[in-house]
Design a protein around this ligand. Structure first.
Ligand code: V47
Length: 370
């Protein structure tokens, strides 16, 4: 071993990583707390390269947010508002189809759709949205509705989760995004999103989806009131569900953006924490195929560095992102495909265009890598 760990507490963790042995909750806490960030990154990069080689994936996608009107008032959220708010909006199905048309240059492979819990939209609105998009864009995968929205639909139509998911699937739902997980720990959830479904309920929606052969992503919101132990607990709970179902495709740590939120007394996350979040996730989630550095959240520069700290994905072209920008994200909302390819190549990795479920669309030549 040429790498010299600064923190000797990482040596036993390294022995496990090297032997392919599962890390414990306590190892997770050590990884979140150690000052030796490079040591954590070194180990995460070993795992990343073992799983995904030199590839960095991206997707040609479009985000669509049908409404920001929401019955909840989460303290961490700057996107959701009440109907009488001056910035409240709701898109008709015609608006959504025309947005999708506008965005679609014939090469988009995914629509990523999430929104507020609207007090008056009917379940038919969502079913018609899926059907209408599928009719117009049959080859585009629809990744839509967080576990929070799906649980809300199931209460709205008074049907079990399984039946609700079946209806969405028949209408065109392809997979479920990872939003709404926040942090599972009750202590924090009570303070940042007390009205939302519990962590256990979030996990139940994803387990039900996986059993219905609907795959999904998972997230963790970090950089607010949570402790190292609560982050380790979140990752262990996701890993346990993945052991049972193998339905998760990718994990995305989400850096908290405080602007315009009730938690605006907090600071934005430092780059070191963003890199650590990706690296610890890669090490703890040994049964997740992919870890995504969402460039919109953490800046393109950190997302590039992240490719050596455990991440193997950069998300996509996006075009219009409202949720994080409402909370002060200063990044662009669009990167054209050639810009993403350039960003990945600059980070020394091989860009691979993928679809939602990581089927390769195109493997691109590495030009000008530094
Ligand atoms: O559920 C809301 C988070 C999520 C803030 O599955 C915030 O591939 C930071 O889940 N600061 C929605 N985060 C976005 C999301 C997502 C994004 C990209 C890819 C995927 C995927 C999923 O954004 C919400 C919440 O957890 N969020 N407000 C905020 N102020």
């Amino acid at each position: 071993m040429l790498f010299e760990f600064e923190d000797s507490a990482l040596k036993p963790v390294y022995e496990k990583v090297n032997a392919g042995t599962r890390l414990s909750f306590d190892d997770g806490v050590t990884l979140w707390k150690t000052h030796d960030l490079l040591g954590v990154g070194y180990m995460a990069n070993l795992v990343r390269e073992k799983l995904n080689g030199n590839k960095t994936y991206f997707i040609h996608n479009r985000h669509i947010n049908p409404t920001n009107i929401c019955i909840h008032s989460c303290q961490f959220c700057a996107f959701g508002v009440k109907a009488d708010h001056p910035q409240a909006y709701e898109k008709s199905l015609a608006d959504i189809f025309s947005d999708a048309e506008k965005y679609n240059d014939g090469k988009v492979s995914e629509f990523h759709i999430v929104g507020g819990l609207h007090p008056d939209f009917s379940f038919e609105y969502y079913l018609d949205m899926l059907k209408g998009l599928k009719e117009r864009f049959p080859s585009v995968h629809i990744q839509a509705f967080t576990a929070v929205e799906i649980e809300y639909f199931s209460r709205l139509i008074n049907l079990p989760l399984k039946d609700t998911l079946e209806k969405l699937k028949v209408a065109g739902l392809g997979s479920i995004p990872g939003g709404g997980a926040e942090i599972f720990a009750k202590r924090v959830r009570r303070k940042i999103c007390g009205e939302k479904i519990t962590g256990e309920e979030w996990l139940r929606v994803h387990e039900t989806a996986h059993r219905a052969e609907v795959r999904s992503n998972a997230t963790m919101l970090y950089g607010h009131l949570e402790t190292a132990e609560e982050r380790a607990d979140h990752l262990v709970r996701l890993r346990e569900l993945q052991d049972r179902t193998r339905g998760f495709v990718t994990f995305i740590p989400l850096a908290f953006h405080p602007e315009n939120t009730v938690l605006n007394f907090l600071k934005t996350t430092p780059g070191q924490l963003d890199l650590r979040a990706l690296a610890v996730s890669r090490l703890m989630l040994d049964n997740f195929p992919h870890v995504k550095a969402f460039w919109i959240m953490i800046t393109p520069e950190i997302a590039q560095l992240a490719q050596s700290f455990g991440a193997d994905d950069m998300d996509g072209t996006v075009v219009e992102e409202k949720i994080i920008h409402a909370a002060g994200a200063a990044t662009n909302q669009i990167f054209h495909k050639d810009q993403i390819i350039h960003m990945i190549t600059e980070s020394g990795r091989k860009p691979v265009e993928r679809d939602t479920l990581y089927e390769q669309v195109e493997e691109l030549a590495m030009e000008g890598a530094c």
